[in-house]
Design a protein around this ligand. Structure first.
Ligand code: HEC
Ligand code: HEC
Length: 271
């Protein structure tokens, strides 16, 4: 290359890449409104962000990867856990964790019910930001770290059309996010009870004297538990608040009939 050619090459490529950089910047600014759903930033969301800062949640947690790494990332927590659970948890975190088992605890921050609703509104908004697939898989909280727990790992794809395989894969995907609350390892109770042996548990529960639902067999019980969490509550102090299950309602709308059948088929294999 002659000196002149080198100069043209230098100036030309600098101009080209400056243009690409500028175009990408403009593109980001144009799309940021839709990606962040800025129209959904209600006064409650803003108030929740203030609670988040006032109480220094970021000293322990991350949002979109920003913050401290002491406690779990909360980017998708509203979708993973649902508002009823978050409300109970934030009222008294110590009821949900055990220092010996989890080795770390979230302090009770004494949030008022109003502040709790605001921070949930904020976290729900954050969860809806289109961050183009980040985090690559949900970052899970306690329970994931317990030996023998199968919670975590990349979301699997079903290897075949067999309903059991489809159900097993679906169970580990978000949505519906069943595995964020249920482990299939025995004795690992996270937000909801372990579903190890659920087929047998379900069969016993429909015949129990205190059973309040309408199912007559194990598969019916599992189906009812998914569609109508309040029909009968699994025994356990932290699984419901004021008689309302902490399992979110709405799977009736969000799951297609075939998906529901697959989940039931899979859970029926956990004997
Ligand atoms: C001193 C550190 C600390 C602060 C401050 C803190 N947290 Fe936590 N948080 C934790 C830890 C640790 C956990 C994991 C649960 C455990 O092991 O106790 C957690 C868990 C959570 C969870 C998940 C619960 C679950 O079971 O999925 C939510 C939601 C949460 N925190 C919200 C908040 C909010 C909102 C704030 C601020 C108002 C906050 N945290 C402030 C330490 C903290
Ligand atoms: C936000 C947490 C959460 C999510 C997400 C969740 N569950 Fe639950 N689940 C619970 C809680 C808490 C209970 C216990 C209270 C009750 O009986 O409803 C429960 C109960 C159950 C039961 C009955 C267990 C028993 O011993 O009686 C089944 C079956 C079940 N869930 C399946 C599922 C499936 C399948 C999904 C995904 C489609 C799912 N859950 C998603 C929290 C959750």
């Amino acid at each position: 290359m002659t000196k002149r050619q080198t100069r043209i090459f230098f100036l030309g490529s600098t101009a080209l890449f400056s243009l690409i950089f500028l175009a990408l910047t403009v593109d980001t600014h144009q799309r940021i409104r839709t990606l962040t759903h800025s129209g959904e930033i209600t006064p409650a969301v803003i108030a929740g962000k203030h609670v988040w800062h006032r109480k220094n949640c970021i000293n322990c947690h991350t949002l979109l990867g920003e913050g401290a790494y002491y406690a779990p990332d909360l980017t998708k927590i509203a979708e993973q856990r649902g508002a009823p659970y978050l409300r109970s948890f934030l009222t008294d975190p110590s009821k949900f964790y055990n220092e010996t088992r989890d080795r770390r605890l979230m302090p009770n921050l004494h949030l008022t019910p109003g502040e709790i609703d605001e921070v949930i509104a904020f976290l729900s908004w954050v969860g809806k930001i289109d961050n183009q697939g980040w985090p690559p898989r949900p970052i899970l909280v306690s329970g994931a770290a317990i030996p023998g727990s199968d919670v975590g790992g990349a979301a699997p794809q079903a290897a075949s059309d067999d309903p059991v395989a489809v159900g097993q894969a679906l169970f580990r995907q978000t949505p519906p996010g069943c595995f964020a609350c249920h482990s299939t390892a025995a004795g690992v109770n996270v937000v909801g009870p372990s579903l190890s042996g659920i087929a047998a548990t379900a069969a016993a529960r429909v015949t129990a004297a205190d059973y309040t639902g309408k199912a007559t067999d194990a598969a019916g019980y599992i189906r009812e538990s998914i569609l109508l969490p309040n029909a009968s509550l699994a025994p356990g102090a932290n699984y419901s608040a004021n008689g309302v299950s902490l399992m979110p309602p709405g799977f009736e709308q969000s799951l297609q009939p075939a998906q529901l059948d697959a989940l039931v088929a899979y859970l029926m294999t956990l004997k």
